[in-house]
Design a protein around this ligand. Structure first.
Ligand code: GLU
Length: 506
């Protein structure tokens, strides 16, 4: 791709609530593209719809980006020379462009009140303000110029609407979809400037992308239907040559592929859809996020990158640096990407395996301290962690996988032992405990040799004694290599656990 102007991309969320994983993916693809081309990644807050504004949402968005390591080069907090970075603060800059279009006959004043429009909607269920009916509605196209001027002079509330051409075709080249075209007859006369003087998203997005010199726009497929309005605005405002290149990202679909993944699917199927916990300030309802559910940010980002993109090989695990290197728009698919929570968990599992002990220790220490109220030696915790890391889907699983390293079993899976328990076995463990006691070197290999030699000396079966031994130390039929467990627990603890378990098995 030949890039003439500096790459400048933007993530432009509206602060209306929690951030859906699709939103974070949009931010990520913009970010990867910017980094790859040595460009700028901008965070712009699109808060012109004040009825949907939710306090705290902007802070939440910023925290999500920070958690994911998607750091903007310019943002409300860290402005560059294209500010302000909140649309509400740019309010005075928009009206002039809407007025310009009215002057050129490409937009018009509309005086219809909310009640009048409601009445229209009641009368015509598929009501759209368009070339078909605009001359029957109350606007500067249907009214005499003198009447329009009078209304304006009297301060009559009005909006400015784009005048969509009849029977036209609007087309552009999407970086992902190739040529996309729209019939203008199917698009209504969108409001550009609202009665309160605020621009709508359509006007603001075009003006700001131009003023901020945005070169490429990666945004969700749900914005594709708005593209013809944006394209015409670029053209009508005389900026067509500066228009960014667009890439509409594939939808993220429900696990069964039937429709767009929504927050409700998450609630219904028990997985998060938001990046982080979102608390509804009015109801206090908490919507669970990936972060709080125990996802590592690297796993979350890696999983998102693969929703609609791959590098053409079988590789699935990518670090952020690799993603910056390998991401390419050509390999973003047009088809929707199904969200698969099991796969998301697999990514987390793989990233936990890859994580260094040092990365995980702060969380692990916290888990151990909360569970036991005791402090353990760091070296011991690190050894346990290395042993069980392979088994963790979430860092929180550490406790279920390894509590027996920190407290003795609170119960035994006796059903797995009792039916086959007999005096030979009891005697074996009593004797083996004594021999363990005399063992000079306490390591897994020597413990194993002693244990197995004794079994064959007594003519018993290895298979029948390993499980009871594990249950004595662990409580259940799980965990890493039993001799390694014995080594880490230490001789005294192992002897105590054997003595304690025998009566429970008899
Ligand atoms: N404010 C829009 C949103 O909330 C941005 C759409 C766009 O990127 O053009 O997603």
């Amino acid at each position: 791709m030949s890039l003439h102007k500096k790459v400048r991309v933007r993530f432009a969320p509206s602060p209306t609530g929690g951030l859906h994983l699709g939103g974070v993916r949009t931010a990520l693809f913009n970010y990867l593209f910017a980094r790859q081309h040595g460009g700028d990644f901008i965070l712009r807050i699109e808060d012109t719809d004040q009825t949907r504004f939710v306090p705290g949402a902007e802070e939440y968005i910023k925290e999500c980006l920070a958690w994911c390591g998607i750091v903007p080069d310019e943002s409300p907090e860290n402005p560059g020379s294209y500010g302000p970075y909140r649309q509400s603060e740019r309010k005075p800059s928009y009206r002039q462009y809407a007025e310009q279009l009215v002057e050129k006959g490409l937009a018009y004043y509309a005086f219809d009140t909310a009640e009048e429009l409601d009445a229209q909607r009641k009368q015509h269920p598929n009501f759209r303000y368009s070339h078909e009916n605009r001359l029957q509605l109350r606007n500067s196209l249907s009214l005499a110029p003198a009447e329009t001027n009078q209304l304006l002079a009297a301060g009559e509330p009005h909006t400015i609407r784009i005048k969509m051409p009849a029977d036209g075709i609007v087309a552009f080249e999407d970086m992902i979809r190739g040529k996309v075209s729209f019939e203008t007859n199917l698009v209504d006369d969108k409001v550009l400037l609202k009665a309160d003087g605020m621009p709508t998203y359509h006007l603001a997005v075009v003006v700001d992308d131009r003023m901020m010199e945005i070169s490429h726009v990666f945004r969700g497929e749900e914005w594709l239907p708005s593209a013809p309005v944006h394209l015409l605005l670029w053209e009508y405002l005389g900026w067509k040559d500066e228009m960014p290149q667009w890439a509409h990202l594939p939808l993220i679909l429900k696990p069964d592929g039937n429709g767009k993944l929504s927050k409700r699917d998450g609630d219904r199927l028990g997985f998060p859809v938001y990046a982080m916990n979102w608390v509804d300030a009015k109801t206090g309802d908490v919507t669970k996020g990936f972060r709080e559910m125990g996802f590592l940010s690297q796993a979350f980002v890696n999983m998102l990158a693969l929703l609609g993109w791959n590098d053409g090989t079988e590789q699935e695990i990518f670090t952020a640096t690799e993603l910056v290197e390998k991401f390419s728009v050509d390999r973003v698919s047009k088809a929707g990407a199904k969200f698969d929570f099991e796969k998301a968990k697999w990514f987390n599992h793989e990233w936990i395996k890859k994580a260094s002990n040092a990365d995980l220790l702060p969380q692990i220490n916290h888990i151990i301290e909360t569970q036991t109220n005791r402090v353990f030696e760091e070296g011991y915790i690190a050894e346990v962690l290395s042993l069980v890391k392979e088994r963790l889907t979430f860092v929180e699983d550490f406790w279920t996988q390894s509590s027996f390293f920190f407290t003795e079993p609170s119960s035994y899976d006796v059903d797995a032992v009792k039916p086959k328990w007999n005096s030979d076995k009891q005697l074996f463990f009593e004797e083996v405990a004594q021999e363990f006691n005399e063992l000079a070197s306490w390591n897994a290999a020597d413990i194993e040799t002693l244990f197995k030699t004794k079994i064959s000396d007594k003519g018993l079966k290895v298979g029948e004694l390993m499980m009871p031994f594990r249950i004595m130390l662990v409580g259940g039929k799980f965990g890493p290599d039993v001799f390694k467990i014995a080594e880490l627990l230490g001789k005294t603890e192992v002897l105590e656990r054997i003595q304690r378990a025998i009566p429970a098995f008899s």
